[in-house]
Design a protein around this ligand. Structure first.
Ligand SMILES: C[S@@+](CC[C@H](N)C(=O)[O-])C[C@H]1O[C@@H](n2cnc3c(N)ncnc32)[C@H](O)[C@@H]1O
Length: 196
């Protein structure tokens, strides 16, 4: 999408306006609000990690939903949010040293997304690569019975991702929030009860 088209879309978008009015740092915040309304996972989690957390809309949703939660966030870009419950690491998720964590998490969230090229299958492969990278970390970072919520862009790798999740979790569900643009291939996978 050309940058002038993007600016036009942002100006007229209902959720962009709503995010501004409600003080959210991203329009994505509403997607996590909808996911939580359906699955109630944040409210039950104490230790949460988010991959691709900047500017910080999802972190705000977590803090509003469960003020006790301890959040670990990783992004290439700076988080525009400072809070004593957030431990932020500015890093590529693939270059981060996960052995430095002395704990595992109840809930792993990923809203990570590469810069879109506009070429659907290329973008799909790139985001899928990041999702696989996170999945391969589960033994190090996810507690038994923990949950995983991830954005994917639909495409050829989706079945492989789904298969791995189905083999490692008790239940896996698809969810398309109303706040996710209808013409976008974006969809969320919600996997509960990690089987170790
Ligand atoms: C859709 S945004 C996340 C929005 C965030 N959930 C929020 O509500 O504010 C996707 C993020 O993924 C991050 N990202 C993309 N590739 C990454 C990588 N390899 N390592 C770390 N972060 C990455 C981008 O910098 C971007 O901030």
């Amino acid at each position: 999408m050309k940058s002038n088209e993007w600016i036009k879309r942002q100006k007229s978008d209902y959720y962009v306006k709503k995010a501004k009015e409600q003080g959210y740092l991203s329009r994505s915040a509403f997607k996590l609000i909808e996911i939580e309304e359906k699955f109630n996972l944040i409210v039950k989690a104490f230790e949460i990690i988010e991959f691709g957390a900047a500017p910080g809309g999802w972190n705000q949703v977590i803090l509003n939903t469960n003020p006790e939660a301890k959040i670990t966030s990783i992004d290439l870009l700076e988080l525009k949010l400072n809070h004593s419950n957030i431990n932020f690491f500015k890093s590529d998720i693939n270059k981060f040293d996960y052995s430095k964590f002395s704990k595992k998490f109840d809930l792993v969230l990923s809203d990570v997304a590469p810069n879109a090229t506009g070429h659907r299958s290329t973008d799909h492969l790139r985001i899928s690569g990041l999702v696989f990278d996170i999945i391969y970390l589960f033994d190090k970072i996810l507690k038994k019975n923990g949950s995983f919520i991830t954005k994917i862009w639909k495409g050829s790798e989706e079945k492989k991702i789904l298969k791995i999740l189905n083999n490692n979790f008790d239940k896996v569900s698809y969810f398309k929030p109303k706040s996710s643009r209808k013409n976008s291939s974006e969809i969320f996978l919600v996997a509960t009860k990690f089987i170790k």
